[in-house]
Design a protein around this ligand. Sequence first.
Ligand code: FAD
Ligand code: EPU
Length: 338
Amino acid sequence: MRVSENVSLRPYNTFGIDAIARYFASFHSREQLETLLLDPKWATMPRIILGGGSNILLTKDFDGIVLKNEIKGIKSVREDDAFVYVQAGAGENWHQFVQDCIAKGLGGLENLSLIPGNVGASPMQNIGAYGVEIKDTFESLEAFHLQDREIHLFDRDACEFGYRESVFKHRYKEQFAILHVTFRLSKHPAFNTSYGAIEQELERMGVKELSIRAISQAVINIRSSKLPNPAEIGNAGSFFKNPEVTAETYASLKLAFPNIVAYPLPNGHFKLAAGWLIEQAGWKGYRDGDAGVHERQALVLVNYGRAEGEQIVELSWKIVDSVKEKFGVALEREVNIV
Ligand code: FAD
Ligand code: EPU
């Protein structure tokens, strides 16, 4: 396994930040990762496991080793009357994996089409879009503990999934390399078109007979029309989470701001559309140097070219402050700061 020195991470993060990694290596198997970590030089150094780099913001050079997970392979591991259990290597591209499942007629992931990044990071924040989260089809994952060098198996409960949350973002932060993820996919898909925009897009597409392929295409169309393509403008998707507030807070906000966008939650609370809050605070389309707020989606912070990670972070703090001041609501970051 080759370890390179002083590697620019610009091609490895969708924000397009030009930070330097002191050391950089790709691993294609658990054995390669284990061999590397048996060498005390690498075992004691700060490290980060990297997937597609679509949910990180690099704020400085990384004085340690970046380990890019390139474990590949997709296979069915089990089957019953209703489901096929499909395991994918952490280094598989997420969207290609979703398309592969759709091509096999297996349902459950189609609403999550076109999310950037790799399979291994999908449980990190329980990725979600258009009414579906991976916890809905997640079966288990296999992770390598970077200290005890043992394989640990996690079922759905053990992952403690929440909205853009899992145990890997908190209690087990930076302790594991996720190697493989298994999903329970449906042979007889139940279509989820609960998200309004999907129904509208299916109608616009003239779809007569609903299918997982049609839903996937509708999601692709919607996403392509709203979200900036990282190949053109640097970004990491939603920079903040949509904040949850109590029914009382929501009621008083609604009184003061009758057009506020919110969704009721099963626990009686409300989820506010952070994009709306940020837009109303006047930030949509804002640009300072190469750091900015996307002109079509205020929840997405962008790098127009040569912005530094710190500039994006500073902009994010200004947004947090002004949303707090105008609405009394605290925004929480979704993106991982490195
Ligand atoms: P990375 O950015 O490489 O890593 C993210 C974090 O996970 C880091 O802390 C990293 O250390 C850790 N990590 C990565 N791989 C592993 C591994 N194998 N083992 C252990 N730790 C690991 N997210 C959504 O949920 N829904 C969306 O709709 C969505 N839309 C997006 C749209 C755009 C345009 C962009 C740029 C991003 C979007 N995202 C969305 C965010 C992002 O795509 C997801 O969070 C994705 O899962 C990140 O995958 P990645 O491989 O790029 O992770
Ligand atoms: N809105 C505005 N102004 C904006 C943006 C949004 O007013 O600039 C309002 C609109 O009323 C819109 C509503 O907010 O109807 C919701 O916007 P959108 O449908 O674009 O979704 P979102 O809440 O901004 C969330 C996820 C996305 C996911 C989409 C679709 C979070 C933090 N973000 O965005 O996930 O793709 O829903 O399900 O939950 C990500 O996590 O990186 C991500 C992109």
